[in-house]
Write a protein that binds this ligand. Structure first.
Ligand code: AMP
Length: 302
């Protein structure tokens, strides 16, 4: 496995693979990799001849008061994980390689990005769409892999790819959790022992909400109230949002009808903001219910 830092090196390698007729998968990450990232890389390696992992803490998706400086980093450990998972190349650029000092072009989305995380993080999705577009242009992959953990991001990327005609298949992958239910996240490292225990209120609320919906509850408020009550019972937790939206358009809904829904939350545990969610598709009650389009399901991989 190679680790490179320049755009030119990535392009040269990908062109060489293309000349051999090989397919390429891309897994964009911000590093400090864990089993959640690994699941994306393993899936990409199973479905493509070569896998590129980008390992870049993207400054344009962080707001001025957010954790850009303190975001955890361990490139050596990341390289080991990538190699074990089957990546062929890790792209680890400096911010100056990705953004010229006078860069002023962004990819902005009018809809989908003003709800959920977009309300608390107003420039976040502009940064995500911009860096993912740049990575798509640099790597030109056949497929790109994203986790359902960041479900709004997955919906936003699917919309961007459709709207801007990227010839890339977007593959969504299920949320990987710790044994006790907490969704794996690089930010879990910020939690003290006491906060780590408190953080379980997110997955408890997700599982409870999902169970209610699977048992037939169709009223969003009833489900959300039950989920909020679980989180509010935890003294260290402060809700940013707990909402139910139409998964494709990220617009709030009152009733679950016949389109896939995303039930998503962001919760502060102390100073750390964590997210979690479940997706439900009434049309696929027997299946995983994510309702994603494309060749493979973003939750169960079917
Ligand atoms: P990040 O490094 O946090 O930007 O995440 C890079 C990719 O890994 C995104 O597509 C995330 O959705 C995905 N990811 C992060 N955590 C998980 C997880 N626990 N399970 C599955 N995918 C994840």
């Amino acid at each position: 496995m190679q680790a490179v830092t320049t755009i030119a090196e990535v392009r040269e390698q990908v062109k060489a693979w293309r000349r051999e007729g090989l397919t390429v998968g891309l897994v964009p990450t911000m590093g400090f990799l864990h089993e959640g990232h690994k699941s994306l890389i393993v899936r990409a390696a199973a479905e493509n001849d070569r896998v590129v992992v980008s390992d870049f803490v993207n400054p344009t998706q962080f707001g001025p008061t957010e954790d850009l400086e303190s975001y955890p980093r361990d490139f050596e450990r990341d390289c080991k994980l990538c190699e074990e998972a089957g990546a062929a190349l890790v792209f680890h650029p400096e911010p100056s390689e990705m953004y010229a000092p006078n860069a002023c072009t962004y990819v902005n989305m009018d809809e989908l990005t003003h709800e959920l995380c977009g309300l608390t993080r107003p420039i976040h999705f502009r940064g995500v769409c911009t860096v993912v577009s740049k990575l798509f242009h640099i790597v030109c992959p056949d497929r790109a892999y994203f986790g359902q953990k960041d479900a709004q991001q997955l919906a936003v990327i699917r919309r961007m790819v459709r709207d801007l005609n990227f010839d890339i298949q977007i593959v969504g992958c299920p949320i990987i959790r710790e044994e006790d239910g907490l969704a794996k996240s690089s930010r879990n490292t910020y939690l003290s022992a006491e906060e780590r225990t408190a953080a379980l209120c997110l997955s408890r609320a997700v599982f409870a909400g999902q169970k209610m919906v699977e048992a037939g509850e169709r009223d969003a408020k009833t489900v959300l109230d039950a989920m909020r009550a679980i989180i509010e019972a935890e003294p260290l937790a402060k809700i940013d949002y707990v909402k139910m939206v139409d998964f494709e358009n990220i617009v709030q809904i009152e009733k679950i009808e016949n389109v896939p829904v995303l039930c998503a939350m962001a919760v502060y545990i102390g100073k750390t903001r964590l997210i979690d969610n479940f997706i439900y598709d009434p049309a696929e009650d027997a299946g995983c219910g994510c309702g994603c389009s494309g060749d493979s399901c973003c939750c169960c991989g079917a």
